[in-house]
Design a protein around this ligand. Structure first.
Ligand SMILES: [Zn+2]
Length: 208
């Protein structure tokens, strides 16, 4: 498989980009890989990059977007932060990826058993991590079940995964609200903004 070029990027659409990721995750789940020579791709991409998607995911060592979607060099912009939330800098990176560099899809990818989400569920406090956890805590509050406080912590994995899903949805809202650039591109059909969840026990990505 060759790296994307200006020509292949020009024929890309938001739906096609989504299909590329779905097909890549299917290959990953089947333990297959597209036949690509990374060193050749270094050469192919040395004078420019024409990726098709911008993916915001967690720093979790098990959730590398390039691996779980079976993508090579020059295919995706990969933004990573613990808990895959967005702030001004991350929105700026996304705007670069879409408006200036031509990607057609923004994916907010959460995952099951996320340590950052668990930290938010437990209201963990530690150094600079406190400020990061604070940004995820609105997702904890937005999940109303269970009501029993003793069940609303990281021991309850079902609760943790519900918060992870809510966090993806709130992040998408945040992107639309705080990035007029991306909201306008989405309204015009130039890009799609979608949420997804990666299951660390199966390797499957489910798109919402
Ligand atoms: Zn995580």
């Amino acid at each position: 498989m060759k790296a994307h070029t200006k020509e292949t990027q020009a024929t890309m659409t938001p739906n096609k980009a989504l299909d590329f990721l779905k097909e890549g995750n299917q290959r990953f789940q089947n333990n297959l890989k597209a036949n690509r020579n990374l060193l050749e791709q270094v050469n192919d991409t040395s004078e420019g990059q024409f990726p098709f998607a911008t993916i915001l995911s967690c720093i979790d060592s098990r959730v590398s977007a390039e691996l779980v979607f079976d993508q090579g060099l020059g295919d995706i912009f990969s933004i990573r932060i613990a808990g895959n939330f967005s702030n001004e800098d991350i929105l700026g990176s996304m705007e670069f990826g879409c408006k200036l560099a031509g990607t057609k899809l923004v994916v907010v990818l959460g995952h099951t058993s996320c340590g950052a989400i668990k930290g938010a569920c437990d209201h963990a406090r530690l150094g600079n991590l406190t400020a990061l956890i604070n940004k995820i805590e609105p997702a904890v509050d937005a999940v109303t079940e269970p009501k029993d406080e003793s069940q609303r912590n990281s021991q309850n994995l079902e609760f943790v995964d519900k918060v992870a899903e809510k966090n993806v949805l709130l992040t998408i809202n945040n992107i639309r609200q705080h990035s007029p650039v991306l909201a306008e591109m989405e309204d015009n059909g130039e890009i799609k903004i979608v949420g997804a969840m990666y299951d660390i026990s199966t390797g499957e990505v489910v798109f919402y």
